[in-house]
Design a protein around this ligand. Structure first.
Ligand code: XLS
Ligand code: CA
Ligand code: CA
Length: 441
């Protein structure tokens, strides 16, 4: 089979002194760290939608990059996409991919025809995976938001017919995920939200969303699926108010509807910042609640209030992200999906590789920096000392449930003013320690 990128070979790891644009400076896939190769710690994934389909189209202009893969007929293009994707993954040493059903194969005249054509592509991918078992599916999902039928939502549509259609589509996407051995299935809100409460039955929409998720779990488990389900929080865009606003909102939803057993969170960096949180905040909320699942690695632009899905190049954020991942015990079923696209002006085939190299090197460096921060120990020690009052005396009694308000009042009356029990939060020192560790790597 002829190559799509004959001018680009397998991207080598050349180390930080290399000036070769088409080489990794920090990502050394086979470097063994704590007994396993870096590729298994990071579990990088290619996003089918941006990489294989995203041509730079935006609200102000047509595409700038050619993502036709040399084919005009949809069936042939879908197959060529598979071949090109496997070539990209291979050349970049990426082991995983993620898809929406309609990224793999578009809609045709009827649902039955669309499903049949999707089956053909899924079979084709399964064959490729059989020939090269190093390529794996990280997660699958359904594009239940782009067609006009989903203009008012899918699971939260006012139309029960639309709900049924979405369920049928998701059923098929779950089948594809299972067939390709995926260990994750993502629900990102899409158009599950509202534009105005004046026309919205908020309570029914939330109940129906939960109904859809329960039906999905029931179906997938009945087919032997033992992977995770993820919800991917996002506060806005496309709707003004997305129901899965942020990690904390989703946790409340999962609890209310008794969905905690099956669902974890897929945290996207750009969605965190749109919710006015840091990426690390969202990861911390997920981890502290035992719900850390997977990551969509990208970054937004602090000057823009929309989802720019840029390739991540911010080492500081990547470091604090990997710090949370390591503290969460690393990835199990999840991984690092590059839900990211090269800028519209970065339109050449080579830019696909250059942007992934930038993102992968950023996370490899972030991983090493996070490990160094933990090994350095100063941050952890500081936090431990800061909360030392909870390990003995009255703090321990509170935690052990040994005291009530009366005892606490007696303690406070006896103790007198307590301002002196506080010590400095030392934020500047801690930020300097992070810099110190980062720049001595
Ligand atoms: C959009 C989301 C989407 C999900 C998958 O903002 O990031 O791409 O990751 O549906
Ligand atoms: Ca995403
Ligand atoms: Ca996004």
């Amino acid at each position: 089979m002829s190559e799509f990128f004959p001018e680009i070979g397998k991207i080598p790891y050349e180390g930080k002194d290399s000036k070769n644009a088409l080489a990794f400076k920090y990502y050394n896939p086979d470097e063994i760290i704590d007994g396993k190769p870096m590729r298994e710690h990071l579990k990088f994934a290619l996003s089918w939608w941006h990489t294989m389909g995203g041509d730079g189209t935006d609200m102000f202009g047509v595409g700038t990059a050619d993502k036709t893969w040399g084919q005009t007929a949809p069936e042939a293009r879908a197959k060529a996409k598979v071949d090109a994707a496997f070539e990209i993954m291979d050349k970049l040493s990426i082991d995983y991919f993620c898809f929406h059903d309609r990224d793999l194969s578009p809609e045709y005249g009827s649902l039955a025809e669309t499903n049949a054509k999707l089956d053909e592509i899924v079979d084709y991918i399964a064959e490729k995976m059989k020939a090269d078992p190093s390529k794996k599916l990280l997660w699958g999902t359904a594009k239940a938001f782009d067609h006009p039928r989903y203009m008012h939502g899918a699971g939260t549509s006012p139309s029960a017919d639309v709900f049924a259609y979405a369920a049928a589509q998701i059923k098929k996407a779950i089948d594809a995920t299972i067939k390709l051995g995926g260990k994750g299935y993502v629900f990102w809100g899409g158009r599950e939200g509202y534009e105005t409460l004046l026309n919205t039955n908020y309570g029914l929409e939330q109940d129906n969303m939960a109904r859809l998720l329960k039906l999905a779990v029931k179906y997938a488990r009945s087919k032997g699926y033992d992977g995770d389900f993820y919800i991917e929080p996002k506060p806005k865009e496309p709707t003004k108010h997305q129901y899965d606003f942020d990690a904390a909102t989703v946790l409340g939803f999962l609890k209310k509807y008794d969905l905690e057993k099956d669902f974890f969170l897929n945290i996207e960096a750009n969605h965190a910042t749109l919710a006015q949180h840091t990426f690390q905040h969202e990861l911390r909320v997920a981890r502290e609640n035992g719900k850390f699942g997977s990551i969509d690695a990208n970054q937004g632009d602090p000057l823009l209030g929309w989802d720019t899905d840029q390739f991540p190049t911010n080492i500081y954020d990547a470091t604090l992200c990997m710090y949370e991942v390591i503290k969460a015990g690393g990835f199990t079923n999840g991984g690092l999906n590059f839900d990211a696209k090269a800028r519209r002006g970065s339109f050449t085939p080579e830019d696909i590789f250059l942007s992934y190299i930038a993102g992968m090197d950023t996370f490899a460096l972030g991983f090493k920096a996070a490990r160094a921060l933990i090994a350095d120990g100063r941050l952890d020690k500081f936090v431990e000392d800061r909360y030392a009052s909870w390990t003995t005396g009255i703090g321990k009694d509170i935690i052990d449930g040994k005291v009530g308000f009366e005892e606490l009042e007696a303690y406070a009356l006896e103790k007198g003013e307590v301002t002196d029990s506080l010590s400095s939060g030392r934020q500047e020192l801690l930020e300097a320690i992070v810099n110190n560790v980062l720049f001595t790597l």
